[in-house]
Ligand binder design. Structure first.
Ligand code: CAA
Length: 258
């Protein structure tokens, strides 16, 4: 039972597990998937009981890209007028942490969606690629920018220009993914990571995410100023008092989220 046409949602205590569910199209990302993901991520962000989210696909495909059949009739006027793909910014606006758990194909928009996550946990079957050039186009959901920042110019350029896929081992060596796990353990491992994050003080989780993301948007000196300010801000929270008191008293912290 799900409120969403293209997603399956499970709650695992404080962790939301979202499965892309268009198996007939290898989870290709059509307009309905975007609508559903925006709603699911907004619901997660707004729910104080939910502290981390895992987004996954199927064993065969995380997502095989934007939906080519849906895009086929659309030309420049449509795509420019509708600011096509801009809606994905609402997914990247999620303030609380989320993980992409990737098995099988993560191609085009699928790779780009995975790269929107705070980090990627990859099954040993994962294959990443930006094959849009083979369709006569180029990435449109941030791939040319996020892939280049993740793996550097040489690999990003080669992947975009040739459309070649990168396997899980290479993706880990290139720092595209945080960790590789056996495919059979992917969901369990992702939920374990997410549960660890969910057990942290909620405001600290948001602040840690904001700081690391700031490293992509600012120079080093301004990034460090941002970090220091946010660190100082966290010291005004009840959870800072609780966290440090709990350490001194040799007990786990009990977070209020304030
Ligand atoms: N859009 C729409 N449908 C897709 C799709 C996509 N991106 N990828 C796969 N499908 C559909 C196929 O058309 C097929 O449907 P039918 O049975 O109705 O024909 C079904 O999913 C199963 O796919 P295949 O039979 O092709 O499966 P395969 O195992 O032989 O191949 C694959 C798997 C290599 C991933 C192949 O499906 C493929 O190359 N897919 C397209 C990958 C791609 O080009 N992605 C980039 C899309 S453009 C984009 O994402 C733009 C952007 O920057 C946002």
């Amino acid at each position: 039972m799900s409120d969403y046409e293209t997603l399956l949602i499970e709650r695992h205590d404080a962790v939301t597990l979202v499965r892309l569910n268009r198996p007939q199209a290898l989870n290709a990302l059509n307009a309905q998937v975007l609508t559903d993901l925006i709603a699911a991520f907004a619901a997660y962000d707004a729910d104080p009981e939910q502290r981390c989210l895992v987004l996954t696909g199927s064993e065969k495909a995380f997502a095989a890209g934007a939906d080519i059949k849906e895009m086929q009739p659309n030309g420049f006027s449509h795509n420019y007028a509708t600011n096509f793909f801009a809606g994905w910014e609402q997914v990247t606006a999620t303030r609380k942490p989320w993980i992409a758990a990737v098995a099988g194909f993560a191609l085009g928009g699928g790779c780009e969606l995975a790269m929107m996550a705070d980090f990627i946990l990859a099954a040993d079957t994962a294959k990443f690629g930006q094959p849009e050039i083979k369709l006569g186009v180029a990435p449109g959901m941030g791939g040319s920018q996020r892939l280049t920042r993740a793996v550097g110019k040489a690999k990003a350029m080669e992947m975009c220009l040739t459309g070649r896929m990168m396997g899980a081992d290479e993706a880990e060596r290139a720092s595209l993914v945080a960790r590789i796990v056996p495919a059979a353990d992917l969901i369990e491992e992702a939920l374990k990571s997410a549960a660890a994050i969910a057990a942290m003080a909620p405001l600290a989780a948001i602040a840690n995410k904001e700081m690391v993301n700031a490293a992509f948007e600012t120079g080093l000196a301004m990034g460090i100023v941002f970090e220091r300010r946010l660190f100082a801000g966290l010291t005004a929270t009840e959870d800072k008092t609780e966290g440090m008191t709990a350490f001194v008293e040799k007990r786990p912290g009990v977070w209020s989220g304030r």
